[in-house]
Design a protein around this ligand. Structure first.
Ligand code: NIG
Length: 404
Protein backbone atom coordinates (compact mmCIF):
# COMPACT_ATOMS: atom_id res chain seq x y z
CA UNK A 1 0.00 0.00 0.00
CA UNK A 2 1.37 3.41 -0.85
CA UNK A 3 1.82 5.83 2.02
CA UNK A 4 0.72 9.45 2.07
CA UNK A 5 1.42 12.18 4.59
CA UNK A 6 -0.48 15.34 5.52
CA UNK A 7 1.95 17.55 7.41
CA UNK A 8 2.26 20.68 9.51
CA UNK A 9 -1.30 21.09 10.78
CA UNK A 10 -1.67 23.75 13.47
CA UNK A 11 -3.60 21.12 15.39
CA UNK A 12 -4.55 17.50 15.00
CA UNK A 13 -7.38 16.59 17.35
CA UNK A 14 -6.95 12.84 17.74
CA UNK A 15 -9.58 12.00 20.40
CA UNK A 16 -7.17 9.25 21.46
CA UNK A 17 -8.07 9.46 25.16
CA UNK A 18 -11.77 9.60 24.35
CA UNK A 19 -11.33 6.41 22.32
CA UNK A 20 -9.55 4.68 25.23
CA UNK A 21 -12.45 5.70 27.50
CA UNK A 22 -15.04 4.33 25.06
CA UNK A 23 -16.52 7.81 24.66
CA UNK A 24 -17.81 8.04 28.25
CA UNK A 25 -17.03 10.23 31.28
CA UNK A 26 -15.03 12.54 29.03
CA UNK A 27 -12.98 15.46 30.27
CA UNK A 28 -11.94 18.38 28.05
CA UNK A 29 -8.38 17.03 27.76
CA UNK A 30 -9.67 13.78 26.26
CA UNK A 31 -9.72 15.61 22.93
CA UNK A 32 -5.97 14.80 22.83
CA UNK A 33 -4.75 17.74 20.78
CA UNK A 34 -1.32 17.65 19.12
CA UNK A 35 0.11 21.01 18.00
CA UNK A 36 2.26 21.36 14.83
CA UNK A 37 1.22 17.89 13.89
CA UNK A 38 1.38 15.46 10.97
CA UNK A 39 -0.28 12.21 10.00
CA UNK A 40 0.90 9.31 7.83
CA UNK A 41 -1.61 6.84 6.37
CA UNK A 42 -2.39 4.46 3.55
CA UNK A 43 -5.81 3.77 2.04
CA UNK A 44 -6.71 1.35 4.83
CA UNK A 45 -5.29 2.71 8.04
CA UNK A 46 -3.49 5.42 9.94
CA UNK A 47 0.17 4.52 10.31
CA UNK A 48 1.54 7.36 12.42
CA UNK A 49 0.33 10.60 14.06
CA UNK A 50 2.40 13.02 16.09
CA UNK A 51 4.30 16.28 16.31
CA UNK A 52 5.94 16.93 12.97
CA UNK A 53 9.32 17.42 14.63
CA UNK A 54 9.19 13.79 15.81
CA UNK A 55 8.23 12.14 12.52
CA UNK A 56 10.20 8.86 12.25
CA UNK A 57 12.95 8.83 9.61
CA UNK A 58 11.20 6.07 7.63
CA UNK A 59 8.29 8.48 6.95
CA UNK A 60 10.29 11.61 6.22
CA UNK A 61 10.46 10.91 2.49
CA UNK A 62 6.77 9.95 2.13
CA UNK A 63 5.09 12.30 -0.43
CA UNK A 64 3.13 14.90 1.52
CA UNK A 65 0.73 17.84 1.34
CA UNK A 66 1.32 20.82 3.57
CA UNK A 67 -1.54 21.98 5.82
CA UNK A 68 0.03 24.86 7.70
CA UNK A 69 -2.64 26.87 9.54
CA UNK A 70 -5.30 24.14 9.31
CA UNK A 71 -6.90 21.74 11.81
CA UNK A 72 -7.49 18.02 11.34
CA UNK A 73 -10.26 16.11 13.13
CA UNK A 74 -11.84 12.67 12.83
CA UNK A 75 -14.52 12.88 10.14
CA UNK A 76 -17.97 13.96 11.27
CA UNK A 77 -20.67 11.29 11.33
CA UNK A 78 -24.39 11.94 11.00
CA UNK A 79 -25.93 8.82 12.50
CA UNK A 80 -29.65 9.59 12.12
CA UNK A 81 -31.20 10.95 8.91
CA UNK A 82 -34.35 10.29 6.89
CA UNK A 83 -33.19 11.85 3.65
CA UNK A 84 -35.00 9.78 1.04
CA UNK A 85 -38.34 11.54 0.71
CA UNK A 86 -40.59 13.30 -1.77
CA UNK A 87 -42.30 16.66 -1.39
CA UNK A 88 -41.87 19.07 1.49
CA UNK A 89 -43.70 20.04 4.67
CA UNK A 90 -42.73 23.71 4.80
CA UNK A 91 -46.28 24.77 5.68
CA UNK A 92 -46.03 22.85 8.96
CA UNK A 93 -43.47 25.37 10.18
CA UNK A 94 -45.93 28.26 10.27
CA UNK A 95 -48.69 25.94 11.52
CA UNK A 96 -46.45 25.20 14.51
CA UNK A 97 -45.61 28.85 15.10
CA UNK A 98 -49.35 29.50 14.99
CA UNK A 99 -49.99 27.00 17.75
CA UNK A 100 -50.43 23.47 16.30
CA UNK A 101 -48.19 20.72 17.64
CA UNK A 102 -46.54 17.76 15.84
CA UNK A 103 -49.27 15.27 16.67
CA UNK A 104 -52.10 17.73 15.89
CA UNK A 105 -50.55 18.41 12.47
CA UNK A 106 -50.26 14.66 11.83
CA UNK A 107 -53.91 14.17 12.82
CA UNK A 108 -54.92 16.97 10.42
CA UNK A 109 -53.36 15.17 7.42
CA UNK A 110 -49.76 16.41 7.71
CA UNK A 111 -46.92 14.51 9.31
CA UNK A 112 -45.21 11.33 8.17
CA UNK A 113 -48.24 10.09 6.22
CA UNK A 114 -48.28 13.23 4.05
CA UNK A 115 -44.63 12.64 3.14
CA UNK A 116 -45.59 9.05 2.41
CA UNK A 117 -48.06 10.33 -0.18
CA UNK A 118 -45.51 12.67 -1.79
CA UNK A 119 -42.85 9.93 -1.78
CA UNK A 120 -45.22 7.49 -3.47
CA UNK A 121 -45.93 10.13 -6.13
CA UNK A 122 -42.19 10.54 -6.88
CA UNK A 123 -40.28 8.29 -9.27
CA UNK A 124 -37.29 6.28 -8.07
CA UNK A 125 -34.97 8.43 -10.19
CA UNK A 126 -36.35 11.66 -8.74
CA UNK A 127 -35.99 10.35 -5.18
CA UNK A 128 -32.44 9.23 -5.96
CA UNK A 129 -31.41 12.56 -7.51
CA UNK A 130 -32.87 14.59 -4.63
CA UNK A 131 -31.09 12.32 -2.15
CA UNK A 132 -27.77 12.68 -4.02
CA UNK A 133 -28.01 16.48 -3.70
CA UNK A 134 -28.79 16.13 0.02
CA UNK A 135 -25.83 13.83 0.66
CA UNK A 136 -23.52 16.18 -1.29
CA UNK A 137 -24.54 19.09 0.93
CA UNK A 138 -24.04 17.07 4.12
CA UNK A 139 -20.63 15.92 2.85
CA UNK A 140 -19.63 19.55 2.29
CA UNK A 141 -19.89 20.16 6.06
CA UNK A 142 -17.21 17.54 6.77
CA UNK A 143 -19.51 14.56 7.31
CA UNK A 144 -17.98 11.42 5.78
CA UNK A 145 -20.30 8.78 7.21
CA UNK A 146 -24.08 9.10 7.00
CA UNK A 147 -26.90 6.86 8.14
CA UNK A 148 -29.96 6.96 5.89
CA UNK A 149 -33.28 5.43 6.89
CA UNK A 150 -36.06 4.27 4.62
CA UNK A 151 -39.57 4.81 5.95
CA UNK A 152 -41.58 7.13 3.75
CA UNK A 153 -42.78 4.49 1.29
CA UNK A 154 -44.93 2.64 3.83
CA UNK A 155 -46.08 -0.04 1.43
CA UNK A 156 -44.23 -3.13 0.26
CA UNK A 157 -43.13 -1.90 -3.17
CA UNK A 158 -42.22 1.68 -2.28
CA UNK A 159 -40.36 0.70 0.90
CA UNK A 160 -38.39 -1.82 -1.13
CA UNK A 161 -37.64 0.90 -3.68
CA UNK A 162 -36.47 3.30 -0.95
CA UNK A 163 -34.11 0.69 0.55
CA UNK A 164 -32.70 0.02 -2.91
CA UNK A 165 -32.28 3.77 -3.52
CA UNK A 166 -30.14 3.92 -0.38
CA UNK A 167 -28.08 1.05 -1.80
CA UNK A 168 -27.71 2.99 -5.05
CA UNK A 169 -26.52 5.99 -3.02
CA UNK A 170 -23.90 3.73 -1.42
CA UNK A 171 -22.54 2.82 -4.85
CA UNK A 172 -22.73 6.39 -6.12
CA UNK A 173 -20.70 7.76 -3.17
CA UNK A 174 -18.31 4.78 -2.87
CA UNK A 175 -14.84 5.94 -1.81
CA UNK A 176 -16.12 9.35 -0.66
CA UNK A 177 -19.06 8.96 1.70
CA UNK A 178 -19.70 5.84 3.75
CA UNK A 179 -23.44 5.17 3.95
CA UNK A 180 -25.29 2.96 6.40
CA UNK A 181 -28.63 1.62 5.14
CA UNK A 182 -31.24 1.45 7.91
CA UNK A 183 -34.56 -0.26 7.24
CA UNK A 184 -37.42 1.70 8.80
CA UNK A 185 -40.62 0.52 7.17
CA UNK A 186 -41.95 0.65 10.77
CA UNK A 187 -42.04 4.46 10.71
CA UNK A 188 -45.83 4.97 10.79
CA UNK A 189 -48.93 2.84 10.30
CA UNK A 190 -50.68 3.46 6.95
CA UNK A 191 -54.41 4.07 7.30
CA UNK A 192 -55.46 0.87 5.48
CA UNK A 193 -54.15 -1.31 8.35
CA UNK A 194 -56.42 -1.77 11.34
CA UNK A 195 -53.56 -2.21 13.79
CA UNK A 196 -49.83 -1.56 13.86
CA UNK A 197 -49.26 -5.28 14.32
CA UNK A 198 -51.22 -6.05 11.18
CA UNK A 199 -48.86 -3.77 9.20
CA UNK A 200 -45.82 -5.30 10.93
CA UNK A 201 -46.91 -8.81 9.92
CA UNK A 202 -48.11 -8.02 6.40
CA UNK A 203 -45.41 -5.60 5.25
CA UNK A 204 -42.55 -4.83 7.63
CA UNK A 205 -41.43 -8.37 8.43
CA UNK A 206 -41.94 -10.01 4.99
CA UNK A 207 -40.03 -7.17 3.27
CA UNK A 208 -37.25 -7.29 5.84
CA UNK A 209 -36.83 -10.99 5.06
CA UNK A 210 -36.66 -10.31 1.32
CA UNK A 211 -34.18 -7.42 1.68
CA UNK A 212 -32.02 -9.38 4.05
CA UNK A 213 -31.68 -12.12 1.43
CA UNK A 214 -30.40 -9.51 -1.04
CA UNK A 215 -28.05 -8.35 1.75
CA UNK A 216 -28.75 -4.62 1.60
CA UNK A 217 -29.80 -3.81 5.18
CA UNK A 218 -27.26 -2.65 7.79
CA UNK A 219 -29.72 -2.09 10.66
CA UNK A 220 -33.44 -2.19 11.49
CA UNK A 221 -35.20 0.72 13.18
CA UNK A 222 -38.73 1.28 14.54
CA UNK A 223 -40.73 4.26 15.85
CA UNK A 224 -41.55 2.79 19.26
CA UNK A 225 -44.01 5.41 20.42
CA UNK A 226 -47.67 5.74 21.40
CA UNK A 227 -49.76 6.10 18.25
CA UNK A 228 -47.07 4.40 16.14
CA UNK A 229 -45.63 1.01 17.27
CA UNK A 230 -45.91 -0.51 20.72
CA UNK A 231 -43.67 -2.80 22.76
CA UNK A 232 -45.16 -5.98 21.24
CA UNK A 233 -44.52 -4.74 17.67
CA UNK A 234 -41.03 -3.61 18.58
CA UNK A 235 -40.02 -6.86 20.27
CA UNK A 236 -41.45 -8.89 17.40
CA UNK A 237 -39.44 -6.92 14.84
CA UNK A 238 -36.29 -7.09 16.97
CA UNK A 239 -36.67 -10.89 17.24
CA UNK A 240 -36.88 -11.26 13.47
CA UNK A 241 -33.88 -8.95 12.98
CA UNK A 242 -31.89 -10.93 15.52
CA UNK A 243 -32.78 -14.19 13.73
CA UNK A 244 -31.56 -12.59 10.48
CA UNK A 245 -28.43 -11.35 12.24
CA UNK A 246 -29.17 -7.67 11.61
CA UNK A 247 -28.53 -5.14 14.38
CA UNK A 248 -31.41 -3.04 15.70
CA UNK A 249 -32.05 0.57 16.69
CA UNK A 250 -35.13 2.44 17.88
CA UNK A 251 -36.81 5.82 18.08
CA UNK A 252 -37.82 5.80 21.73
CA UNK A 253 -39.27 7.83 24.59
CA UNK A 254 -39.82 10.87 22.36
CA UNK A 255 -43.34 11.87 23.46
CA UNK A 256 -43.44 10.00 26.77
CA UNK A 257 -41.31 7.59 28.76
CA UNK A 258 -42.64 4.30 27.43
CA UNK A 259 -39.47 2.45 28.53
CA UNK A 260 -38.28 2.27 24.94
CA UNK A 261 -34.65 2.85 25.92
CA UNK A 262 -34.83 -0.12 28.30
CA UNK A 263 -36.28 -2.37 25.59
CA UNK A 264 -33.52 -1.24 23.20
CA UNK A 265 -30.82 -2.08 25.74
CA UNK A 266 -32.38 -5.50 26.40
CA UNK A 267 -32.11 -6.19 22.69
CA UNK A 268 -28.52 -5.02 22.50
CA UNK A 269 -29.47 -2.21 20.11
CA UNK A 270 -26.70 -0.26 18.41
CA UNK A 271 -28.46 2.92 19.45
CA UNK A 272 -31.73 4.27 20.70
CA UNK A 273 -32.61 7.76 19.59
CA UNK A 274 -34.59 10.88 20.69
CA UNK A 275 -34.98 9.99 24.42
CA UNK A 276 -36.58 13.30 25.38
CA UNK A 277 -38.63 11.67 28.11
CA UNK A 278 -36.28 8.88 29.24
CA UNK A 279 -36.02 8.83 33.03
CA UNK A 280 -33.59 7.39 35.57
CA UNK A 281 -34.13 3.67 34.97
CA UNK A 282 -33.67 4.08 31.20
CA UNK A 283 -30.57 6.19 31.68
CA UNK A 284 -28.99 3.69 34.06
CA UNK A 285 -29.81 0.79 31.70
CA UNK A 286 -28.04 2.70 28.92
CA UNK A 287 -25.05 3.51 31.12
CA UNK A 288 -24.35 -0.16 31.76
CA UNK A 289 -24.74 -1.16 28.11
CA UNK A 290 -23.00 -0.64 24.80
CA UNK A 291 -26.14 0.93 23.28
CA UNK A 292 -25.42 4.49 22.19
CA UNK A 293 -27.94 7.16 23.23
CA UNK A 294 -28.42 9.38 20.19
CA UNK A 295 -29.80 12.78 21.09
CA UNK A 296 -31.46 14.87 18.37
CA UNK A 297 -31.57 18.44 19.66
CA UNK A 298 -32.49 19.88 16.25
CA UNK A 299 -35.89 18.22 16.56
CA UNK A 300 -36.54 19.89 19.91
CA UNK A 301 -35.48 23.26 18.45
CA UNK A 302 -37.64 22.77 15.34
CA UNK A 303 -40.74 21.51 17.16
CA UNK A 304 -40.34 23.85 20.12
CA UNK A 305 -40.21 20.94 22.55
CA UNK A 306 -38.17 20.48 25.69
CA UNK A 307 -34.81 18.78 25.23
CA UNK A 308 -33.54 15.45 26.58
CA UNK A 309 -31.99 15.56 30.04
CA UNK A 310 -28.49 15.39 28.55
CA UNK A 311 -26.72 16.22 31.80
CA UNK A 312 -28.19 13.10 33.43
CA UNK A 313 -26.97 10.95 30.53
CA UNK A 314 -23.44 12.32 30.76
CA UNK A 315 -23.34 12.06 34.54
CA UNK A 316 -24.38 8.40 34.43
CA UNK A 317 -21.67 7.53 31.89
CA UNK A 318 -23.92 6.87 28.91
CA UNK A 319 -22.23 6.83 25.52
CA UNK A 320 -23.91 9.81 23.83
CA UNK A 321 -24.05 10.71 20.15
CA UNK A 322 -25.74 13.69 18.54
CA UNK A 323 -27.26 13.50 15.06
CA UNK A 324 -29.15 15.89 12.79
CA UNK A 325 -32.40 13.87 12.40
CA UNK A 326 -32.62 15.51 8.97
CA UNK A 327 -36.14 14.82 7.66
CA UNK A 328 -38.92 16.78 5.94
CA UNK A 329 -41.09 17.21 9.02
CA UNK A 330 -39.74 17.31 12.53
CA UNK A 331 -36.28 18.68 11.70
CA UNK A 332 -35.46 20.07 8.29
CA UNK A 333 -31.84 20.76 9.16
CA UNK A 334 -29.03 18.73 7.59
CA UNK A 335 -26.08 20.24 9.46
CA UNK A 336 -25.12 18.04 12.41
CA UNK A 337 -22.25 20.31 13.44
CA UNK A 338 -24.58 23.32 13.66
CA UNK A 339 -27.17 21.34 15.62
CA UNK A 340 -24.61 19.94 18.06
CA UNK A 341 -22.81 23.24 18.63
CA UNK A 342 -26.12 25.00 19.27
CA UNK A 343 -27.14 22.30 21.74
CA UNK A 344 -23.83 21.99 23.59
CA UNK A 345 -24.27 24.94 25.99
CA UNK A 346 -27.84 23.85 26.85
CA UNK A 347 -26.74 20.25 27.27
CA UNK A 348 -23.83 21.49 29.44
CA UNK A 349 -21.39 19.43 27.40
CA UNK A 350 -17.66 19.91 27.57
CA UNK A 351 -15.69 20.22 24.37
CA UNK A 352 -14.59 16.56 24.28
CA UNK A 353 -18.18 15.37 24.80
CA UNK A 354 -19.27 17.59 21.93
CA UNK A 355 -16.74 16.30 19.41
CA UNK A 356 -17.00 12.64 20.47
CA UNK A 357 -20.79 12.87 20.03
CA UNK A 358 -20.51 13.76 16.34
CA UNK A 359 -17.49 11.62 15.46
CA UNK A 360 -16.58 8.47 17.41
CA UNK A 361 -19.79 7.79 19.35
CA UNK A 362 -21.90 8.43 16.26
CA UNK A 363 -19.71 6.02 14.23
CA UNK A 364 -20.15 3.38 16.92
CA UNK A 365 -23.93 3.91 16.78
CA UNK A 366 -23.64 2.66 13.20
CA UNK A 367 -21.42 -0.29 14.08
CA UNK A 368 -18.31 1.33 12.53
CA UNK A 369 -16.01 0.48 15.41
CA UNK A 370 -12.66 1.06 13.71
CA UNK A 371 -12.96 4.80 13.18
CA UNK A 372 -13.67 7.96 15.12
CA UNK A 373 -10.21 8.68 16.51
CA UNK A 374 -6.96 9.51 14.75
CA UNK A 375 -4.72 6.77 16.12
CA UNK A 376 -2.56 4.15 14.40
CA UNK A 377 -4.48 1.16 13.15
CA UNK A 378 -7.84 2.91 12.74
CA UNK A 379 -9.32 3.94 9.38
CA UNK A 380 -7.96 7.17 7.89
CA UNK A 381 -11.33 8.93 7.99
CA UNK A 382 -10.82 12.58 8.82
CA UNK A 383 -11.95 16.12 8.06
CA UNK A 384 -9.86 19.24 7.52
CA UNK A 385 -11.02 22.67 8.68
CA UNK A 386 -9.59 25.95 7.45
CA UNK A 387 -8.86 27.29 10.95
CA UNK A 388 -5.77 27.12 13.12
CA UNK A 389 -7.45 25.68 16.20
CA UNK A 390 -10.48 23.58 17.07
CA UNK A 391 -12.34 26.34 18.93
CA UNK A 392 -12.67 28.31 15.69
CA UNK A 393 -14.66 25.49 14.07
CA UNK A 394 -17.68 26.02 16.33
CA UNK A 395 -17.07 29.67 17.29
CA UNK A 396 -18.75 31.11 14.18
CA UNK A 397 -22.11 29.30 14.28
CA UNK A 398 -23.40 27.98 11.02
CA UNK A 399 -20.42 29.04 8.90
CA UNK A 400 -18.83 26.11 7.15
CA UNK A 401 -15.05 25.97 7.63
CA UNK A 402 -14.60 22.51 6.15
CA UNK A 403 -12.17 22.19 3.25
CA UNK A 404 -12.34 18.37 3.33
N1 NIG B 1 -39.91 10.35 14.88
C1 NIG B 1 -40.03 9.80 13.79
N2 NIG B 1 -39.39 10.09 12.65
C2 NIG B 1 -38.82 11.34 12.36
C3 NIG B 1 -39.89 12.31 12.01
C4 NIG B 1 -40.29 12.17 10.67
C5 NIG B 1 -41.31 13.14 10.14
O1 NIG B 1 -41.94 13.92 10.88
O2 NIG B 1 -41.48 13.07 8.92
C6 NIG B 1 -37.88 11.76 13.46
O3 NIG B 1 -36.96 10.99 13.72
O4 NIG B 1 -38.04 12.84 14.05
Amino acid sequence: MSLKAFRNFSQIVTLENAYKKDGRHLLPEDLSIIENASIVFDSEEIVWVGEDSTIPSEFQSVPFEDFTGKTLLPELVDSHTHLVFGGDRSSEYSMRLNGADYQAIANAGGGILSTMKATNESSADQLFEDAVARVERIYSYGVGTIEIKSGYGLNYEKEKECSLIIERLKDHFEGRVQISNTYMAAHAVPKEYKTSNDYINKVVIPLLKELSEIGVIDAVDIFHEEGYFDEVDTQQLFDVASFLNIPVKSHADEFKDNKGAILAVKNNALSTDHLLCTTEDGISALASSSTVATLLPGTGFFLGKPQADAEAFFKAGVKVAIASDYNPGSCHCDNVLLVASLAAPTYKMNIAQLWAAITMNAAHALNFKNQGALVSGLKPRFTIFDVDNIDKVTYHWGVNKCIR
